[in-house]
Design a protein around this ligand. Sequence first.
Ligand code: HEC
Length: 121
Amino acid sequence: MRMLINAAVVVLIGLASAFAQAPAAQTPAGNARDGQALYMKIGCYQCHGGQGQGGAAGPRLGPAPMLAYRAFATYVRAPRAEMPPYTLKVVSEQQMADIYAFLTARPRPPAVQSIPLLNTP
Ligand code: HEC
């Protein structure tokens, strides 16, 4: 019985540390500059706009709030609707992280109140 309890404690501690490490493991480091080059080269920009701002053919992708990395990568590999899939042959895991880094690093747009033309009566 005592051994069983010990084993259970070891499993619980293992699970707890696995969860504690999860967020860091989910977003791999990427190079935003390489990501931008690839984003243009393989045509993401054609539907999502040069800055990921969205366009006629695809929704806005960034900057924050963005999809979590895992959800982002899963969608790009196997989109559910109009978007073409990008398999590992076309976009490696590192390249996926680079594209994500590029989109995450886009500057946020200025507040509407700070643009005079949009505030003239
Ligand atoms: C031919 C147009 C097209 C291209 C090219 C394209 N997308 Fe998309 N994308 C879409 C459309 C349309 C959607 C909306 C859902 C759907 O129809 O699949 C979408 C959805 C997404 C989503 C999910 C957004 C969300 O908030 O759920 C992500 C992430 C995404 N695209 C990333 C990319 C990346 C990265 C590339 C380049 C590797 C790319 N897309 C290339 C059209 C495109």
